[in-house]
Design a protein around this ligand. Structure first.
Ligand SMILES: Cc1cc2nc3c(=O)[nH]c(=O)nc-3n(C[C@H](O)[C@H](O)[C@H](O)COP(=O)(O)OP(=O)(O)OC[C@H]3O[C@@H](n4cnc5c(N)ncnc54)[C@H](O)[C@@H]3O)c2cc1C
Ligand code: SF4
Length: 494
């Protein structure tokens, strides 16, 4: 343990965020990290608890609590405090393939379970993680380390999101020859085309992919397995296949007028903006324009928030974000105690920006859309919204959100972004491999974890667990790699 009294002596200090009105003028990350010395004091706040929930990654109360990767949080917090940055990196890299991603986009399940958070502010573990990995990159500690011996076994990984990348890194380290196939023009899955630049600059992704290439992993882009590449060919060509295609089936809003122009799924909108940004710094205009438009975002979650922040950067005239459920409380309630994940209302960066620009929170709770109205050219112009109230279903006892009669209202909407969640895997890929699905259309792995119903075909990430988080995708990729390695070699040391 670093400093026994650290948590009493030092307050939590976070990196400085650029003011909302200033940062909306660009698509770059907008946090200035603390100085090394200040970050070390944040490490000193860790109490190295006897039972550190922060690194335990368990399901408590139906939600994950603590780091799913079991990052050795108290160990490296201590090494941060003592300024042992190099050792801190080696301990961090032991469990986390990509700390540069998680330390930017993870919701920090570790911090929600930190004992310091019981009576005050949790240890700034996520920013300590970022300081360690950025120190390691800037001091040349993160190097390509190709395997000394090759096994001669081959593995194809379909999908280059965090799950596919983590599996690739682990299997290549073991000496297997790994090829990652990606249908998009660039590698990274939702890290590339989903999570906006403001949260994760794409150079961060590129520097990691370059290292992985130097380590011998082959990346093939524009390779749509199940369409341009046949599943049978992959199974013949490779000893094992891992399906890590994500949960990219968006939930639709099926109401009258849905066919109008100007209504997009959130990921299609966000990925078009990022692609245009990467291809031409937005000059090619190949994305749905939000300039001067009344933007309606349907879905109050994180993806919806990314749409709010992106629309504002593109010059939206107004932004409204609809959420079906009631507003969460500002503080934990009694039935949601520590170390459960706190079900509290948070105001994310996009919403902060909307408040700064338009003077109010863009979120409207307990509300949904019942109709879209278009002009004579078929372009969406308005949406009819209705208020909802929770009512218990008499038969099932479950809570349902029921429309309130007479509460309908028409609002302006000339760009609509649907961020209403995802419904599992895409049929054309699962059909191509004939893998069994579970009730939620995720790929099932019944007997052996991560092994599908089809011999030699494994699965990982959102495609397996359903829409989730980057940290879970990395964990799934690592675990699937273990299962593949064991099936190839009879044992695994991963
Ligand atoms: C807008 C948005 C923002 C998010 N923000 C966060 C965040 O801030 N923090 C966080 O922790 N999580 C976030 N998430 C969730 C997180 O991105 C996902 O949980 C994670 O990326 C899942 O990783 P994955 O590797 O399983 O799948 P994905 O990242 O979805 O990658 C799957 C890849 O497979 C490719 N693919 C699919 N089918 C084929 C095929 N047939 N052939 C070849 N390639 C194929 C896809 O093109 C894609 O590149 C966000 C999600 C979205 C949509
Ligand atoms: S990966 Fe996420 S949960 Fe794990 S230590 Fe880092 S920020 Fe915390």
């Amino acid at each position: 343990m670093g400093k026994p009294t650290g948590f009493l002596e030092y307050d939590r200090e976070n990196s400085i965020a650029v003011e909302p009105k200033e940062r909306i003028s660009h698509f770059h990350e907008f946090h200035t990290p603390l100085s090394k010395e200040k970050q070390q004091l944040q490490g000193a706040r860790c109490m190295a608890c006897g039972v550190p929930f922060c690194q335990s990654g368990m399901m408590i109360g139906g939600m994950a609590s603590g780091c799913p990767l079991h990052n050795l949080v108290p160990e490296w917090n201590d090494l941060v405090y003592t300024g042992n940055w190099e050792q801190a990196y080696y301990r961090l890299a032991k469990t986390n393939c990509f700390p540069e991603f998680t330390s930017r986009v993870c919701p920090a399940l570790c911090e929600a379970a930190c004992t310091c958070g019981l009576n005050g502010e949790p240890v700034a573990t996520k920013e300590n993680e970022r300081a360690i990995i950025e120190y390691a990159f800037s001091h040349g500690l993160v190097k390509a380390n190709p395997p000394k011996v090759r096994t001669g076994k081959t593995v194809a990984i379909v999908g280059s999101g965090p799950a596919g990348l983590a599996a690739a890194m682990q299997l290549n380290k073991r000496g297997h020859l790994v090829t990652v196939l990606e249908r998009h023009d660039r590698i990274g899955g939702l890290l590339r085309y989903g999570i906006p630049n403001m949260k994760l600059e794409k150079e961060i992704l590129d520097r990691r992919i370059q290292l992985m290439e130097e380590e011998g992993i082959q990346f093939v882009t524009n390779a749509d397995v199940g369409k341009t590449i046949k599943a049978e060919d992959l199974l013949k060509q490779y000893d094992r296949v891992i399906l890590a295609c994500g949960a990219s089936n968006p939930r639709d809003i099926k109401v009258p007028g849905r066919e109008a122009n100007g209504i997009y799924f959130a990921v299609d909108f966000l990925s078009a903006v990022t692609k245009s940004l990467l291809d031409s710094n937005l000059t090619n205009g190949e994305f749905p324009s939000a300039k001067g438009k009344h933007v309606l975002v349907i879905g109050g979650g994180d993806t919806g928030n990314d749409c709010v922040g992106t629309s504002i950067r593109l010059g939206a005239k107004s932004v409204v974000q609809l959420e079906m459920m009631p507003k969460l409380p500002d503080q934990r309630t009694e039935n949601n105690p520590w170390p459960e994940w706190p079900r509290v209302c948070k105001t994310d960066y996009g919403q902060e920006e909307a408040i700064a620009v338009f003077g109010h929170d863009p979120r409207i709770y307990q509300t949904t859309v019942t109709e879209f109205m278009a002009d004579e050219k078929g372009n969406v112009k308005q949406a009819k919204i209705v208020r909802l109230e929770p009512k218990k279903d008499k038969k099932t006892g479950r809570m349902q959100m029921i429309p309130v009669k007479g509460s309908e209202e028409v609002i302006k909407a000339d760009l609509v972004l649907i961020a209403a969640g995802f419904l599992g895997s895409q049929k054309y890929v699962t059909d191509a491999f004939k893998v069994e699905l579970d009730a939620r259309t995720n790929v099932a792995s019944k007997q052996v974890p991560y092994q599908t119903s089809v011999p030699n075909v494994f699965t990982a990430g959102d495609m397996h667990r359903g829409q989730s988080l980057v940290v879970w995708a990395i964990q799934e990729g690592k675990e699937a790699a273990k299962a593949v390695d064991e099936s190839l070699m009879g044992y695994t040391n991963l």
